[in-house]
Design a protein around this ligand. Structure first.
Ligand code: ZN
Length: 176
């Protein structure tokens, strides 16, 4: 088994780069990259991870929503690879909710995102899928898609007062 990758953190230029589309989906290297991303997401208890976060600048991310200390109300879904993902349309409605990022350790923030999005992506089997995603899953998709365009959740925060440390965030969610 391949070793786990180091997570690139804010300040690393790869997190500010435009990632390349994947041309050949059924490729052993891409398949290994997907497995590495899934292992890294599970090991770090992340609900999503994008390839640039392990310094692989490709348009690929994993959505791996599950309830956790950080997101007690997250829905459960098996880790799903989304290749060359894009948003086809979105709701007018925008909601502000908590996000964090493996690449921005120790910080949480309230980030505005579209509540509902219609998306398209290619699966690891090479099938093109169109889906409507809502709420938390839509939020993960938008966060991870931003990683492919060199954008971090901090860039989306409208008001600096919406930034919290992990410790302050946990006090808030535990008191609800
Ligand atoms: Zn992130």
């Amino acid at each position: 088994m391949k070793q786990e990758f180091t997570i690139a953190e804010i300040g690393n230029p790869i997190l500010r780069s435009q990632a390349k589309p994947i041309q050949n989906i059924i490729d052993r290297n891409i398949s290994e990259l997907i497995d590495s991303l899934i292992r890294t997401a599970i090991a770090s208890k992340g609900v999503g991870i994008a390839a640039p976060q392990i310094s692989q600048s490709y348009r690929l991310f994993i959505v791996a929503s599950h309830p956790s200390d950080r997101y007690p109300y997250a829905p459960t879904m098996p880790p799903t690879a989304m290749i060359n993902p894009r948003i086809l349309s979105h709701s007018e409605e925008v909601v502000k909710d908590w996000e964090g990022c493996l690449s921005v350790p120790g910080v949480r923030g309230l980030v505005p995102r579209y509540r509902e999005i219609e998306v398209e992506y290619t699966t690891r089997q090479g099938e093109t899928k169109q889906e409507i995603l809502t709420d938390f899953i839509a939020r993960i998709f938008q966060h991870e898609l931003d990683h492919l365009d060199g954008i971090l959740f901090l860039d989306r925060i409208k008001n600096q007062a919406d930034l919290y440390t992990e410790a302050e965030y946990r006090q808030i969610i535990n008191s609800n």
